[in-house]
Design a protein around this ligand. Structure first.
Ligand code: AHR
Length: 515
């Protein structure tokens, strides 16, 4: 049997997880809003039209912050269309997803939904077809107490108190040719800087994220981050990162290795951001907002897989059905985020419902958990605290991860340890949670974790997520086909915990002080 060992010490930490690390994303896209979180007339809907069955699953998933309203959608969005009496709101063509946007759900409904779900709202502003003027008006509408045109308009619309939204994204993926009004780094940087200035003049407490490259494979990646931060450095706290892991070519070993490229991506963006600080002799550190991440490929390419003709309202697009293998890669991504808790201070699983999502619904029918629901819920539940440095000894395999760009077939070599792991010491100082991915598709792995500085621990939770078939999925008839089961045989002795991980498995072991 393959063996791996881990050494950790309570005193050696990477950083404390920010609550915003456990965020997600709602875009006006397909059935994420309409038929997802919002479905007036659904038998579980409340007076606002919010689906109660979805809200219950969202509470169990436990995202902490929610990005809205896009995504590509935001680059053509007129926020004014989504406020005021619903009967007066215009339907518009959405050029991001080639659908019709009815605008019956907008900013105020989103804020109310966040309150119902106990989630912090995060708003993105349109820096594609619009700019600083629309952005500053939206800040005035949302956050100014009253006595001005837009703040009084909010009151007139029925929201007396300001929404007090703190976290704002300055546009979305502005380097992508698919974006409405794509920009060069210098053009975008100037627009973002001026928007940021005005937004913060209205509300100095805002926290702002500039757009990074829309992916590590973008041809301008690196230079984009450097130039955008050069323009915006004094005006933003965050730079964004986006990654969608794929298994286009059916190479599951490479899919499971791909989260290690997220590690590289984060390290590289930190290096670029810190170089921008260094050039200014500044002690300011730009933090990372990984505000889109997931596995996504089946409903991504070709374009016909993600667009339906005829400008439909809420079409069934990007409804990726996640299997067991996807959940493993997804768990690996969770570990990558946790292990960068010192610099990744916000992250958003893209997205929340129906659209590349952990929660699926049938319009008019039930809601259920996809395979990827489980690692996220476990990470949000048990991942709060100090992420520890770990020394991991594990066999390594060579993978070649396929990540195409346009017409180009690109392959990225990865040397992946079979064991990928994160260790989080609870804020109470009395618990330790291990998130462990066995990437060996065929073999079990015996793991011994030497836990220095943790005396008298006992096993409180030991769960594994695995299935004999890596293509197993959950659906409305078998919603729990892939779900966590008890991991047997975890033992603690002499300050170490020992366990045997099944092939291709995601595991969560929580130890608590027995004193
Ligand atoms: O999450 C789906 C899309 O992926 C988003 O709209 C966009 O930002 C990204 O390209």
């Amino acid at each position: 049997m393959r063996k791996a060992s881990v050494l950790l010490d309570r005193d050696f930490t990477i950083g404390r997880t920010d609550p915003r690390l456990f965020g997600a994303f709602i875009e006006h896209l397909g059935r994420c809003v309409y038929g997802g979180i919002y479905e007036p007339g659904h038998k579980t809907a409340d007076k606002n039209g919010f689906r109660g069955d979805v809200l219950a699953l969202v509470r169990e998933l436990a995202p902490t912050i929610m990005r809205y309203p896009g995504g590509n959608f935001v680059s053509g969005y007129n926020w004014e269309d989504g406020v005021g009496p619903v009967k007066d709101r215009p339907a518009r063509l959405d050029l991001a997803w080639f659908s019709t946007e009815p605008n019956t759900f907008g900013t105020n409904e989103f804020v109310d939904w966040c309150k119902a779900a106990n989630i912090e709202p995060m708003l993105a502003v349109n820096l594609g077809t619009r700019g600083g003027d629309a952005a500053r008006n939206l800040v005035e509408y949302c956050n100014h107490p009253g006595g001005t045109y837009y703040s009084d308009l909010r009151k007139k619309h029925g929201w007396e108190k300001p929404h007090d939204i703190k976290f704002w994204c300055l546009g979305n993926e502005m380097d992508g040719p698919w974006q409405m009004e794509t920009k060069t780094a210098r053009q975008y940087g100037a627009v973002a800087r001026e928007a940021a200035k005005m937004m913060r003049w209205i509300d100095p407490s805002l926290e702002l994220a500039a757009c990074g490259s829309s992916g590590r494979t973008m041809p301008t990646y690196g230079q984009w981050e450097d130039e955008v931060l050069d323009e915006t450095f004094e005006h933003v706290e965050f730079i964004s990162l986006h990654t969608y892991l794929n298994n286009y070519n059916g190479d599951t070993a490479a899919l499971l290795a791909s989260p290690d490229l997220m590690d590289s991506f984060i390290d590289e963006v930190v290096a670029i951001a810190d170089a921008v600080s260094a050039k200014r002799r500044s002690s300011k550190r730009i933090m990372l907002s990984f505000d889109e991440w997931n596995v996504w490929y089946r409903t991504r390419r070709p374009r016909a897989n993600r667009i339906k003709p005829g400008w439909p309202v809420a079409p069934e697009i990007l409804e990726e059905i996640y299997d067991m293998a996807d959940a493993l890669a997804f768990g690996g991504a969770c570990i990558s985020l946790l292990n960068h808790a010192d610099r990744v201070k916000a992250a958003c699983l893209a997205q929340l419902v129906n659209v590349i999502a952990p929660i699926m619904t049938e319009t008019g029918g039930p809601a259920w958990r996809q395979t990827i629901f489980h690692p996220f819920a476990q990470m949000s539940r048990y991942g709060r605290g100090d992420v520890l440095r770990t020394r991991i000894e594990s066999d390594i395999y060579d993978a070649s991860y396929y990540d195409p760009r346009g017409d180009q077939d690109l392959y990225y070599p990865v040397k992946a340890p079979y064991l990928k792991l994160s260790a989080v010491a609870g804020e109470d100082g009395k618990s330790l949670t291990l998130f462990a991915l066995n990437r060996d598709l065929k073999g079990e792995m015996q793991v011994k974790v030497d836990m220095r500085g943790f005396g008298g621990m006992k096993v409180a939770v030991a769960e594994e997520l695995r299935h004999d078939s890596l293509t197993a999925v959950n659906d409305k008839n078998a919603p729990d086909r892939v779900s966590p089961k008890r991991l047997e045989g975890v033992t603690v002795a002499d300050g170490a915990v020992t366990m045997t991980l099944k092939p291709a498995s995601w595991n969560v072991i929580r130890l608590e002080s027995s004193k």
